[in-house]
Design a protein around this ligand. Structure first.
Ligand code: PYR
Length: 354
């Protein structure tokens, strides 16, 4: 009897030790740095909902604490911070790193490229994810889609842009490959952190800027200083990115890796739906509340020049960077096939139902 009591007591102790060990192993706290200030909804709220999903799915054991750019003060430093392991994760846009590593450029949106449904199909089923991981591997990180804005507006301009001459010398905030295209046409291009956009436009540091689309733009007040609002050509499917430190990710239990992947994917799709909704609401508001805003489309002369510059620069950059070339060829091949379907489905439906 004594013997059995001792065995049972030992087993109870072993279970208690194991349970507390696995419970303490499962308690994980990560830090995430955003490029965005604290109130850039829906970018910021999408990240918050991702972290909330992870917390709920893990019974409160996997916590992701979010630092906005207001706190870490380095909106464009988040790539380096995740690379160095200072933060386990970041939320940003891949094309911001074109000056550091041009191979990271193709994963946000390319001028005259894929639309959001096409690009999601490419990411998940057309080889895009594999190419994105290949591009991020030298930085010791993984990258995951982090929410799409859909096709963006071409930007806010103080003056009407009638000819190519009007683009020359114009100071414009525009990131990514589109910035390269406009620079080729003589525009003085810069990237400015989102938190400083309004002040830069208002003070005349820049003459024009593009940010996202009506849902986000209207809250930042650009229409008060730059009444010409151009339709887009440059970012038909802007996908934000989660950056995840490779070592931190690999150290996660499999279950948590899956929770994180699922939460990022759900939050990303949801941001796309929410931004679509909010842009349509804001568009309706623009028409009634701000009638001075003029909606314009760039002339065929300007569009053709942009397309030609785009092709020229794509070739030059591809010739100099094999991985960039691989990503661009993959997108071009994918687009060839998927656009036929887009035309047969959405486009043919819409042309008779607008
Ligand atoms: C921009 O920086 O313009 C984005 O659309 C994210």
């Amino acid at each position: 009897m004594q013997y059995w009591r001792r065995i049972v007591a030992t087993l109870v102790l072993a279970v208690a030790v194991l349970t507390s060990a696995s419970a303490s192993e499962r308690k994980i706290v990560w830090k995430l740095a955003m490029t965005w200030g604290g109130t850039l909804h829906p970018f910021t709220t999408s990240v918050e909902s991702m972290a909330k999903m992870v917390e709920t799915m893990s019974d409160g054991n996997f916590i992701i604490r979010i630092d906005s750019a207001n706190r870490h003060k380095s909106p464009f430093g988040v790539l380096d911070m995740v690379k160095a392991g200072q933060y386990e994760m970041a939320h940003s846009a891949s094309y911001y790193w074109k000056g550091k590593d041009v191979n990271l450029l193709p994963f946000t949106s390319m001028p005259f490229g894929m639309t959001a449904p096409e690009q999601y199909a490419w990411f998940y089923y057309g080889g895009g994810m594999e190419l994105m991981q290949k591009a991020y591997a030298p930085h010791n990180m993984y990258s995951f889609p982090g929410g799409n804005t859909g096709a963006q507006m071409g930007g806010w301009f103080r003056k009407e842009i009638k000819t190519l001459e009007d683009l020359k010398g114009l100071k414009m905030r525009i990131p990514g490959f589109a910035g390269e295209v406009l620079a080729e046409l003589g525009t003085v291009v810069t990237n400015i952190a989102p938190g400083e956009l309004y002040t830069a436009l208002e003070r005349g540091t820049i003459d024009a800027l593009e940010w996202v689309g009506p849902g986000m733009d209207i809250k930042l007040g650009f229409h008060k200083v730059a009444p010409y609002y151009y339709t887009g050509w440059h970012e038909p499917a802007t996908e934000l990115q989660y950056l995840v430190n490779q070592k931190a990710y690999e150290a996660l239990p499999e279950k948590y890796k899956e929770m994180l992947r699922v939460a990022m994917r759900v939050a990303a799709y949801d941001m796309y739906a929410l931004n679509y909704h909010e842009s349509s609401e804001a568009w309706a508001q623009i028409a009634t509340e701000f009638p001075h805003i003029k909606i314009e489309t760039f002339s065929p002369e300007i569009m053709n020049a942009m397309k030609a510059a785009n092709q020229k620069l794509l070739k030059e950059m591809s010739d100099a960077n094999p991985l960039f070339k691989e990503a661009m060829e993959s997108q071009a091949q994918y687009l060839k096939k998927v656009r036929v379907w887009t035309k047969m489905s959405d486009f043919d439906y819409l042309k008779d139902n607008l």
